[in-house]
Design a protein around this ligand. Structure first.
Ligand SMILES: Nc1ncnc2c1ncn2[C@@H]1O[C@H](COP(=O)(O)OP(=O)(O)OP(=O)(O)O)[C@@H](O)[C@H]1O
Ligand SMILES: [Mg+2]
Length: 590
């Protein structure tokens, strides 16, 4: 027996068992036949079969409830579907003919190269393709069970994953799944993509996610993993590259392409046209709106199926809308971690204990629900997480700015944070430095980096640090954050204005922060309120300390780096003259 033959040993029995579980009895016969043919395919090279080269078309009576995978019906999609769909059991005669024709086109191309020298092999392959298409075109669950999970006897497709796969097979054109962490979202999408590729021709699929790591380390790596599980005959038909999978015989007509989605490059899903189109957006909640706007042509094309699947991290954007005002035109599923076999109860318990049952974290990460209301924290954790995972590129033409927050009390830290354009390059913090040590430390860093500006918090001890550094010839700006905000009509003090600048900067979703739990804690710490004059006030440090939070020194240093921008916006910034203090009329920045 060949290696491939061994891989398929015992498939007959499992097919019968699986078929009974997920299809009607008649379908089991078709599946067993298909698997036998796949098994035989592993011996094709050694011994071309002599019989018929195409499979016998299945009669309509074999398949009493025909779905229509080739012709999507828009009326069907205008309703809200959330209930369990009926099982797809097989193709209509029309579909069989169409399926045969379309797949033969692909299969003929696939076999063409071999046909000249090995006509028997080519013919057998065409027959095998036909069988696979006719058996599995409308049965993705069976496809996954028979062809992908054969080496994973204990691996059971989750109930929601079945509903999801069946929705794609049924021809739902707009599918949106909100779910908790680790419930099998990426795996389900990978299965759908592979099944789609092997049962439709021509077809173009695009898989996308907001960052390279979410796309290539999660979804695309899942696709590659499952492609490797395909029977030899099928796996040999496709070529896998770093960002693409394509049918070797027809690379332009049948492929899946992995492209990241970002606001700067919104064209990831644009201009995808084919007889069959599948657009899969993993972590869709964080995909910027311009990407969907640019994709509207591809998404609204009659043959396209769009899948949005995500942790519901944001209460705005298309993904949010598909579960609210647009719900009537999307097939929706909701999957919680609670009760999922794939999620460890520890994760659920820990999130519950750390954040509480009513928290945004528990709702979004565990329950897979949108947060009930945005917390009153100024900067949502989701914005910080997104910035810490983003691939924003450092633009070295941007000026490097230092923010120096000098410790005022015993347990505070002195922090030096470096920001260049949209990227926080790094930060360093120290406890217990005296003023001269702080000055020496900043000077040493500045000697290596030659920053364009150094913004120093000039309240209290910071004023002495600023003076000394200026004396040394560095480009220092003293920032007094307790002054009234000069530029913002909505912020109370300069401190409030700078915190709002940081929030806005994060909300633009183009920036990058270093991965750091303490920076995250600092940023998401303060709450905000409105004063009687309607101006926004960020929670005072003293109040935060009373709540048991640390002084947000790292975040304060980040805020300081925006004081320069604040001065520039006012148009009153002067060029710095080496060795001289900057003189400003702006309150708070001298
Ligand atoms: N039905 C299943 N049975 C067993 N394991 C599964 C099943 N589906 C997925 N897995 C495995 O569970 C793990 C988590 O799955 P996956 O990455 O698809 O989850 P996810 O919801 O995308 O997670 P995240 O929220 O982190 O993006 C993976 O190792 C995957 O292979
Ligand atoms: Mg995932």
């Amino acid at each position: 027996m060949t290696k491939g033959g061994k891989r398929h040993a015992g498939l007959d029995q499992r097919a019968t068992r699986n078929a009974r579980a997920s299809d009607g009895p008649d379908v089991g016969v078709a599946r067993r036949a298909a698997i036998e043919r796949v098994e035989r395919s592993n011996q094709i090279t050694a011994k071309p079969p002599t019989g018929s080269t195409t499979s016998t078309p299945q009669s309509e009576t074999d398949h009493p409830h025909p779905p229509n995978a080739f012709h999507h019906s828009p009326e069907k999609n205008s309703q809200q579907h959330i209930e369990e769909p009926t099982e797809s059991v097989g193709p209509t005669r029309q579909d069989a003919v169409l399926g045969r024709r379309t797949i033969l086109t692909g299969a003929a191309a696939a076999a063409a190269a071999a046909a000249v020298s090995k006509p028997g092999e080519a013919a057998a392959k065409i027959g095998l393709w036909t069988t696979i298409v006719e058996t599995y075109r409308d049965r993705p669950v069976a496809f996954v069970e028979d062809l992908l999970l054969k080496n994973y006897p204990g691996f059971k497709i989750e109930k929601w994953q079945k509903r999801f796969l069946k929705a794609v097979a049924r021809g739902e054109r707009r599918i949106s799944v909100r779910a908790g962490h680790g419930v099998g979202k990426s795996a389900a999408c990978a299965w759908a993509l592979i099944w789609f590729m092997f049962t439709r021709f021509p077809q173009k699929s695009v898989l996308t996610a907001p960052t390279e790591s979410q796309l290539f380390d999660a979804l695309f790596s899942e696709v590659k993993r499952w492609i490797n599980e395909l029977p030899d005959f099928m796996r040999q038909q496709v070529e896998v590259t770093s960002n693409r999978v394509f049918l070797k015989a027809a690379p332009e007509s049948s492929f899946m392409s992995a492209r990241t989605s970002s606001a700067e490059r919104p064209e990831a899903l644009a201009g995808v046209h084919s007889d069959h189109v599948l657009l899969v957006c993993d972590e869709a909640s964080a995909i910027p709106e311009p990407v969907f706007e640019a994709a509207s042509g591809s998404m609204s094309s009659f043959q396209a199926t769009t899948i949005l699947i995500s942790n519901p991290t944001r209460n705005t954007g298309l993904f949010f809308k598909t579960h609210h005002e647009l719900m009537a035109s999307w097939f929706r599923l909701h999957v919680s971690c609670v009760g999922s076999r794939l999620v460890s109860p520890d994760f659920i318990q820990q999130t519950l204990e750390t954040y509480g049952e009513k928290s945004k974290a528990y709702h979004v990460r565990v329950l897979g629900e949108f947060a009930l209301a945005e917390d009153d924290v100024l900067i949502p954790a989701e914005l910080v997480d997104a910035a810490m995972g983003r691939d924003a590129v450092l633009d070295t033409r941007e000026p490097l700015v230092y923010g120096v927050d000098v410790a005022r009390f015993g347990d505070d830290r002195t922090v030096l944070l470096k920001r260049q354009g949209n990227v926080v390059v790094e930060y360093k913090s120290f406890h217990g430095f005296d003023l001269m040590q702080t000055c020496g430390w900043v000077m040493n860093e500045a000697r290596n980096d030659t920053p364009a500006e150094i913004m120093v918090d000039s309240i209290g001890l910071g004023a002495g640090v600023a003076d000394r550094l200026r004396e040394q010839g560095l480009n220092i700006r003293d920032v007094n954050v307790s002054e009234v905000s000069a530029l913002s009509p909505t912020a109370s003090k300069l401190r409030d204005e700078l915190w709002m600048s940081v929030k806005d900067w994060l909300a633009k979703r183009q920036c990058r922060l270093p991965k750091s739990e303490e920076l995250k804690m600092d940023l998401v710490g303060p709450t905000y309120s409105f004063l009687s004059n309607g101006k926004l006030k960020v929670e005072a440090k003293a109040d935060m300390k009373r709540r048991g939070l640390k002084s947000p020194d790292i975040a304060d240093a980040l805020c300081l780096t925006f004081a320069g921008a604040a001065a520039m916006i006012g148009g009153r910034a002067a060029f710095w003259v080496k060795g001289k203090p900057l003189q400003r009329n702006i309150k708070g920045i001298v």
